[in-house]
Design a protein around this ligand. Structure first.
Ligand code: NA7
Length: 553
């Protein structure tokens, strides 16, 4: 750390670093480790009490890893970390957090992280070529680079329903679950939301609660998680072969340790062959289901319908009450909302103590102090669980709302679209970088591996800028426009943009509506490599001011 004695802001000194990282989740932790290892001074700020980000907050019952499953949801930068023992393929939240705590200890990360400190504002000083952040604790810091590791799924979506604040019982959002145990025993619980968080938690809550009412807006396709213990032999094999497995992960479109599959089209098979294949994948379960599917499921309506029909038949088979089964029938193109893995979700509706309300035919009208009132009836409840998801992908950047050149805010810059270049930088916001931001593969990739790869690329970029005497770098408007066109062209070749989802921003009223993730798989990393090999084509550079901080390390 270099403390420079700049004019102190009211109430405190301004700390000075090479890089300020916002967020101490999986991405921010690795960024700290890697950038610090390059000799840069780095400070991480996080609002939580400890490391973990998403895994710190999402401790609702049933919270688990799904894709790519353990032991491949984790860091790859150190073979030593493969010594960690994973117990199950779909590790529980507590197991993932323990692993991250181990990483923090092993690499002594906490000494450079300031917890319980929200970054409340961030702005770029053009004259100084530096970012300043102001935090909730009164500490301010400046840095040449601002690295936003703010999480693609970390800003909770709180539903705006009349009377919700008057409800007098317990209220929990799955993405802000308390650290103290929550008991549902003897209680009447309402759950709003049937995405991954709702579908993972509902079976667990139903086991304890007196009664659960599931308030469903969109019926979902959900698939068996196939969770099972990992044997010591499997762990030993993964450890022995980790170098080769890492290479496989890097070559795979989703960052998974699987060999490329022969492309096969659903419509080339007979209905019997298709059923047999779906049945085999269903019985095995796990995220591999989606990776071993036919290649045309996400692009052809007809192929998509073959899988959708298969799952609908499964729901009919599993759920005994035909009226409930009917309400559970999903209607969108399967896979065009985030695929969900469950541990007995549909089966839960066979329990006596679980009721399903289809909000499309019986919408919520309001909450009272002790109930939720739908058009058809009033349901007395003690606990309300909001499994209503997140202002995803771009939401945490918008909440931070940094101010770039000429004081322009990101909200203004992104009022019509999430303009960016390579999913990591934004014109008008020099030296600001995002991990898992819009325009990157983000949630469509094995996220710890994706974070490592973006951080590594950005670290090389920072080194290059400092060696070249560059003080500020940002993308050109043209490079942003062509990146945006590439992101959209790839997405528009699929069925994904045709469904309302948090991938398209449709879950948040007023948000620009476009599919913002880069769906090109491994092509993304090729694009990054090409950009680097062409001296970071697409960026404009401003020479560094001759100050101490602008010198190369
Ligand atoms: P999701 O996948 O966004 O799910 C949120 C759910 O909440 C979804 O079923 C929504 O219905 C529902 N929702 C949201 N707002 C409302 C209101 N106002 N009324 C009724 N229902 C509502 O979030 P999750 O936390 O489950 O999962 C996020 C990701 O975390 C997950 O995909 C994994 O990647 C990990 P909708 O479908 O919008 O009609």
């Amino acid at each position: 750390m270099t403390s420079e004695g700049q004019a102190p802001r009211e109430g405190g000194e301004i700390e000075s670093y090479d890089v300020v990282v916002i967020g101490a989740g999986v991405s921010g932790m690795y960024a700290l480790h890697h950038l610090r290892g390059m000799g840069l001074s780095v400070r991480v700020f996080d609002g939580a009490r400890d490391i973990g980000g998403t895994w710190w907050y999402n401790r609702y019952p049933g919270a688990r890893v799904d894709g790519p499953g353990s032991p491949f949801y984790g860091y790859t930068f150190s073979n030593e970390l493969m010594e960690w023992d994973w117990a199950e393929t779909q590790s529980e939240q507590s197991a993932v957090l323990e692993y991250l705590e181990h990483v923090a200890e092993r690499f002594d990360l906490r000494r450079d992280i300031q917890f319980e400190t929200w970054v409340e504002d961030a702005w770029y000083d053009e004259a100084a070529q530096r970012w300043t952040v102001e935090t909730s604790t009164g500490v301010s810091a400046t840095a040449q680079f601002l690295l936003c590791a703010v999480g693609a799924l970390s800003t909770p979506n709180m539903p705006d329903i009349p009377g919700i604040n008057d409800f007098g019982g317990e209220v929990y959002h799955t993405g802000r679950w308390p650290h103290e145990p929550v008991s549902f025993s003897g209680k009447r619980v309402a759950v709003i939301g049937t995405g991954s968080s709702g579908i993972q938690s509902i079976p667990e809550i139903a086991r304890d609660a007196d009664h659960v009412i599931v308030l469903q807006r969109t019926a979902q396709f959900s698939f068996p998680a196939g969770n099972r213990p990992i044997t010591p032999e499997e762990m030993a094999t993964a450890r022995e072969n980790f170098d080769a497995l890492r290479e496989k992960m890097r070559a795979n479109p989703g960052g998974f340790p699987f060999d490329p599959r022969e492309p096969r089209m659903a419509l080339d098979d007979t209905p019997e062959q298709r059923r047999a294949r779906y049945e085999e994948l269903w019985q095995r379960g796990g995220f591999k289901f989606f990776l071993e599917l036919y290649s045309d499921i996400a692009v052809s309506e007809e192929a998509n319908a073959t899988l959708a029909d298969f799952v609908r038949d499964k729901i009919r088979e599993i759920v005994h009450d035909s009226e409930t089964a009917q309400k559970l029938m999903p209607e969108y193109f399967v896979m065009t909302k985030r695929p969900i893995l469950d541990n007995g979700y549909y089966e839960t509706f066979n329990r006596e103590n679980v009721t399903l309300v289809d909000l499309r035919e019986d919408p919520i009208e309001r909450f009272t102090a002790a109930s939720v009132v739908t058009r058809a009836s009033e349901h007395p409840i003690d606990v309300l669980v909001l499994a209503t998801g997140f202002d995803a992908i771009s939401g945490s950047m918008l909440r931070l709302n940094p101010k770039g050149r000429d004081g322009l805010s990101l909200k203004e810059r992104w009022s019509d679209r999430f303009h960016n270049y390579l999913g990591m930088s934004v014109a008008g916001f020099p030296n600001l970088f995002m991990i898992h931001g819009p325009g990157s593969p983000g949630v469509f990739y094995n996220m710890p591996l994706g974070a490592e790869r973006q951080v590594n690329w950005l670290a090389d970029f920072m080194r290059y800028l400092r060696e070249q005497g560059v003080g500020a770098a940002e993308p050109t408007a043209d490079s942003e426009a062509s990146w945006g066109a590439e992101v959209s062209a790839i997405a528009n070749a699929t069925l994904f943009p045709r469904t309302d989802s948090w991938w398209t921003g449709a879950n948040i009223p007023g948000k620009p509506r476009h599919f913002s993730a880069y769906l090109g798989g491994a092509l993304y990393y090729q694009r990054l490599a090409d950009t680097r090999s062409k001296s970071y084509e697409g960026f404009v550079f401003e020479p560094a001011l001759q100050t101490e901080d602008a010198e190369a390390p």
